[in-house]
Design a protein around this ligand. Sequence first.
Ligand code: TGC
Ligand code: FAD
Length: 409
Amino acid sequence: MAKMNKSKFESPQETSTVKTDRFQFHDYYLVEELLEDYHRIAREAVRDWVKAEVSPIIESYAQRAKCPTKLFKGLAEIGAFGPSIPGQYGGGGMDEIAYGIIMQELERGDSGIRSMASVQGSLVMYPIYKFGSEEQRKLYLPKLGSGEMIGCFGLTEPDHGSNPNGMTTNIRDDGDHYILNGAKMWITNAPIADIAVVWAKDESGKIRGLIVEKGMKGFSAPEIHDKWSLRASITGELVFHDVKIPKRNVLPNVEGLKGPLACLSKARYGIAWGAIGAALDCYDSALRYSKERVQFGKPLAGFQLTQKKLAEMITEITKAQLLAWRLGVLANQNRATPAQISMAKRNNVLMALEVAREARQIHGGMGITSEYPIMRHMMNLETVLTYEGTHDIHLLITGMDVTGINAFS
Ligand code: TGC
Ligand code: FAD
């Protein structure tokens, strides 16, 4: 296996302690009563961790467009990598609702932090666990689960985003190994990853999953710079020039687009829960600000137009909480369909973006500063609306599900 590069973790002195996190949870319909005690314990533990480790530094990292890589270890310790993957395979051994709650608390901190966990758990550990050989599981999953090794997931290409089936990245059989050529684009964690789960077509046009290791000859992962969104998350390309991939690095138990799409179902489920966290943070900040900020002799919260905004925000958040909870119950019963997951991802992400926009208005000019989390969440959510399937692609998935007619092509 290629040697791991420890220098991807930044030194501790690069952090700065700035913010006090005054967040309070909002649960208007008492959805928490529908959960088990261990769900509430998981929520408290992750919330405490976010308050202690993420909130004090996240604005500074986002402003500097730096990824707080030191958080990978802490994320592992709180069980954020593969919460619903069995413990003996490096996961948390919890249920799907616990997984959702953890993603929500992380995204309350920052979508980029939730992204770190989504990619590592649902897009790297999950395919190795679900489609890998026992040898691959033993080799990679413990290190991924403990945060010692970082992974990334390569599906999107420069010319194939919404339509991954058109991918041109390819493998050619060359005896005891394959030769990999092509490129992947917009890959979260690519520049710091030790391994990449890459999807490529074989000579017969079937999509296969491969584990590509950092240091393999002909493989590079340049960073994509100048993003205005997900600034605390690192994004890059994956470039393959005649990379020799040993056959033991091919995921043996899946062929076709259903391999990567099954991983996406897992990650989209996490986002459906996660986006509510960003919305809650924006709502909570707007509620507090509107009570404290006085104009025309009374708090902003006393004006009907502000109350309309706040009332609509908490109504939409509550609907999203119920949608996520029901999806979680179905997922625990193995009955959540990909189309149901699409509906929840699409609804909850747009809801969060709209809540962020309204919250920004309530904060007035202060809403554009890093004094408050609003603008960071809002910019992040523009990416969340697009990745893991765009807003319109999820609409078309629902459209296809209810009509039985494919409108993609
Ligand atoms: P289609 O013919 O519909 O399906 C091909 C095969 O896949 C099966 N399938 C699924 N299986 C599991 N889960 C799902 N969600 C599935 N959806 C479909 C399907 O049954 C079929 O199986 P089989 O046995 O018949 O072969 O495929 P299509 O080519 O028509 O595409 C459909 C479409 C457009 C919905 C799909 O391509 C799509 O979802 N496109 C969006 C692409 C996307 O979401 N990319 C995300 C890239 S990864 C990312 O963004 C990570 S961000 C990470 C972070 O959090 O930082
Ligand atoms: P396109 O597919 O070109 O779509 C452009 C627009 O056209 C969209 O509005 C779309 O909805 C619309 N459109 C496309 N097809 C249709 C249609 N049939 N009907 C109607 N409208 C249509 N990918 C990975 O594989 N791994 C990652 O880790 C990853 N991380 C990411 C991180 C970031 C910060 C970003 C921005 C993206 C990431 N992605 C990743 C890629 C992401 O999944 C894609 O950006 C997304 O799937 C959309 O693809 P695209 O950008 O090529 O847009």
